[in-house]
Ligand binder design. Sequence first.
Ligand SMILES: O=c1[nH]cc([C@@H]2O[C@H](COP(=O)(O)O)[C@@H](O)[C@H]2O)c(=O)[nH]1
Ligand SMILES: [Mg+2]
Length: 227
Amino acid sequence: MSFKKVSHVIFDLDGLIIESESIYATVIGEIAAKFGKEYTRDIRLKIMGTPEPVTASTAIKELQLPYTVDQFLEEYLTKAKELLQHPKLMPGAKELIEHLHKHNIPIAVATSSAQDVLDVKIQDHLDLISLFHHVVCGSTDPEVKHGKPAPDIFLVCASRFPDKPHPDECLVLEDAPNGAKGAVAAGMQVILVPDPDVPEEWRKPATLVLNSLKEFKPELFGLPAFD
Ligand SMILES: O=c1[nH]cc([C@@H]2O[C@H](COP(=O)(O)O)[C@@H](O)[C@H]2O)c(=O)[nH]1
Ligand SMILES: [Mg+2]
């Protein structure tokens, strides 16, 4: 299979750079359990990668929770911020970010997180995050009207590089099917690095699926190869 050459790379954050997905699953799982409900894989697939208000409304609807969006968000974000202070990095993330930065490839982050939650999650990794040209936070950025799986966040992210690349010059790296759909809708190629339990059907929108960022060969997309 051949891929188109790109010049810019846009990274997702949760589940792609940092290992936060298991924590989000625990937080929503605990809220569900209080009401005798189970946060199943199928509900999680719908929620993963969405901005916080959509995470809240989807969880309330799918789990039939007796909460308003604001009540859910209050509990969800308080617990998430407690548990997300020291997330580990995903395998291969640091090496890839440093490699692309060293070769002057413009890189940025497009996360559905809110800015204040992002600040908590990245506090142990500020040196690494500083290598990105910019970070777009979908839940709080006024220019991002619709969250993933809409294309908005990726288009806004591309437009904030100084040379404003065309979508087909951007490669997106994502862990969530919602993110992969958004990237494709934006006209970008997308590599999906999914949780092992993401079913085949949900992987289909991706240009390429990898088990880990360690498997990524940048030269397939016209980017500098690892030495
Ligand atoms: O089990 C999960 N619940 C909720 C989320 C939501 O998805 C977003 C992750 O954003 P991204 O992968 O775009 O960084 C977070 O804002 C979080 O609210 C998630 O990832 N996983
Ligand atoms: Mg993600």
